[in-house]
Ligand binder design. Structure first.
Ligand SMILES: Cc1cc2nc3c(=O)[nH]c(=O)nc-3n(C[C@H](O)[C@H](O)[C@H](O)COP(=O)(O)OP(=O)(O)OC[C@H]3O[C@@H](n4cnc5c(N)ncnc54)[C@H](O)[C@@H]3O)c2cc1C
Length: 398
């Protein structure tokens, strides 16, 4: 019998597992992951940016956890000798119409406690990023880069060292909530546990549904983000991180340039509907999963509202020249021939029945389970803070 079964070996599940063992070493905690290693999905396919907390509504879980998690992550990397670089980033308004939104971001950043934000003219931007184009910008000194796979591996190592158990290659298939104990059944084993913690990312809605009879009123809609890599000879075009002003109606940040902590520069990610939850390429299609997405009333409302943005993203996904054009808004010198095929990640974006794309982190609790049903960006930055929040909820029950 175990005290807690955590489902999902991404950065959120691992951070929760580690925090639990650190706070209550005597607790028996088992983490179950369906892949042969941790961090194989969102955590291992992201931009590697340590977000500052600039974008998020003051007081939201994202703002609170990003700012707290940022410091916890830096402290962790320092303690464990994990390389990171707080290189700062610039946010660039490429059109006059984006200036009010840039101003809103500046105010939000200040309300979220970010010191040192600096408004920039074009010449000032060019002192930081000599090849950038835009009408105005902002420097965010706190932003940094790190390898979240490396961070996750360290969470896993420390969790194990504290006596935690990680069961790889086990897919949770069934959960039977009981009065005192729940039964968690995987393709290989069966666990009796006092509490289930669901950190299953792209399948968190499915796992949440297994923990309760009432219908779960959110669905994960998978949005693939595709990247290009900048050819080595052209990497001089980008010194650090260059972001556009994001569309306030859309939960993604827009294609940007990111220097990676181990070297190289990536451009992306876009945001296209994935036809499979773990669909990393255009040809990955799972008809059952696709049908479930299309049939979800909330998704139909999202599609009706954002079809133009969606089509634009789809077009850029199939047309390298259209993708290049979007990047040229920020750096006109970038040419199609400078872009090499990069990887892709799939974002788990929760969507409610009414067509709301959940903006904030979301944790749903039942008698026998704690379900993290929305942990999109900046959840990697915020992982230790989310892990702390979830572990406090767990410990309140023991
Ligand atoms: C393209 C992209 C770029 C991003 N950029 C950034 C960034 O720069 N900075 C930032 O802070 N955040 C970023 N994010 C967000 C961040 O990566 C995620 O918020 C974070 O990784 C979520 O972690 P997770 O543990 O919830 O999910 P995941 O990493 O997806 O982990 C969930 C785990 O659950 C497992 N699982 C699912 N179902 C089962 C089952 N039935 N049984 C057992 N195991 C199961 C999966 O195999 C998986 O390993 C980005 C995300 C994407 C996709």
């Amino acid at each position: 019998m175990t005290d807690v079964v955590i489902i999902g070996g991404g950065i959120v599940g691992l951070a929760t597992a580690l925090q639990l063992k650190q706070q209550r070493p005597g607790l028996k905690v088992v983490l179950i992951e369906k892949e042969s290693a941790v961090a194989r999905h969102q955590t291992g396919h992201n931009s590697g940016v340590i977000h500052s907390g600039l974008y998020y509504k003051p007081g939201s879980l994202k703002a609170i956890n990003c700012i707290r998690g940022y410091q916890m992550l830096i402290d962790f990397c320092n303690a464990e000798n994990i390389p990171y670089d707080l290189c700062g980033k610039i946010v660039v308004a490429t059109k006059q119409e984006e200036l009010p939104q840039l101003e809103t971001l500046y105010e939000r950043g200040q309300l979220n406690g970010l010191g040192g934000l600096k408004k920039l003219t074009l010449p000032e931007m060019r002192e930081i990023e000599p090849h950038v184009k835009g009408v105005a910008g902002m420097f965010v000194p706190q932003t940094g880069i790190v390898d979240y796979k490396q961070v996750s591996d360290k969470y896993a190592e420390k969790f194990r060292a504290l006596g935690g158990e990680i069961r790889l290659n086990e897919r949770v298939e069934q959960i039977t909530p009981g009065t005192s104990l729940s039964i968690v059944v995987t393709n290989r084993d069966r666990y009796e546990t006092k509490l289930v913690v669901n950190c299953a990312g792209l399948y968190s809605d499915k796992i949440a549904q297994l923990t309760q009879r009432d219908p779960v009123n959110v669905r994960i809609v998978p949005f693939r983000g595709e990247y290009f890599k900048i050819r080595a000879e052209k990497q001089y075009l980008v010194k650090n991180l260059i972001y556009p002003v994001p569309d306030p109606n859309f939960p993604f940040l827009g294609v940007h340039f990111t220097r990676m902590v181990h070297g190289g520069v990536e451009a992306g990610p876009n945001a296209v509907l994935a036809f499979q939850r773990e669909g990393y390429t255009k040809s990955d299609i799972n008809l059952k999963e696709l049908f479930e997405t299309l049939a979800w009333p909330g998704f139909q409302k999202v599609a009706a509202k954002y079809w133009q943005t969606g089509l634009g993203e789809m077009y850029r996904s199939f047309s390298k020249s259209a993708f290049t054009k979007a990047l040229q808004e920020l750096i006109p010198e970038v040419q199609e021939s400078d872009l090499e095929e990069g990887g892709a990640g799939v974002r788990a974006q929760a969507c409610d029945r009414t067509g709301g794309l959940l903006d904030d982190f979301a944790i749903l609790e039942t008698d026998k389970a704690i379900n993290v049903v929305n942990a999109p960006s900046p959840a990697a930055t915020s992982s230790l803070a989310i892990g702390q929040t979830v572990s406090q909820k767990v410990l309140a029950r023991f």
